[in-house]
Design a protein around this ligand. Structure first.
Ligand SMILES: [Zn+2]
Length: 147
């Protein structure tokens, strides 16, 4: 689904869309592929809807990232899941925290705002598992209390 115009595509329609280079670079070593363009002009992946909030929790920089998944991660089983929030440590891209999924952009926006508000108010528990090297897993429980 295009996160700008909300048009949903069947796989064959999606694959038949025109494509543009993923990066604006003519060097073939740096040009790693092509991205489909919606009929509204929005480029999938590159132009997807997102909200980011950067915070410091327990002396660690985290990013609360809420995005359009563009592909329904409900896969026809249960509720649609078009949007997702992930909290990750900015010091390590491998360190993902909790994850929430939503049906609509409105739900995603509301939840993102609520998660950020609860984190800023200190309503969370924070710890991590350290697997050695760069491998750490953020364990973060956010109380999703309606303030
Ligand atoms: Zn579109």
């Amino acid at each position: 689904m295009c996160s700008r115009c909300l048009k949903k595509y069947a796989i064959r329609e999606f694959l038949a869309l025109p494509h543009v280079p993923a990066v604006d670079d003519t060097d073939p070593k740096r040009n790693y592929g092509y991205l489909p363009v919606c009929t509204c002009g929005s480029v999938f992946i590159r132009d997807k809807w997102r909200m980011d909030a950067h915070l410091t929790l327990a002396d660690h920089r985290v990013c609360v990232s809420t995005i359009s998944l563009e592909l329904n991660h409900g896969f026809g089983l249960g509720e649609d899941q078009w949007y997702e929030t992930i909290i990750f440590l900015e010091e390590s891209v491998a360190s993902l925290g909790p994850q929430w999924r939503y049906r609509t952009q409105e739900e995603a926006e509301r939840a993102h705002t609520e998660i950020v508000k609860n984190l800023q108010a200190g309503r969370y528990k924070f710890s991590w598992e350290d697997y050695g090297g760069a491998e750490k897993h953020l364990n973060l429980e956010v109380e999703l209390l309606r303030a």
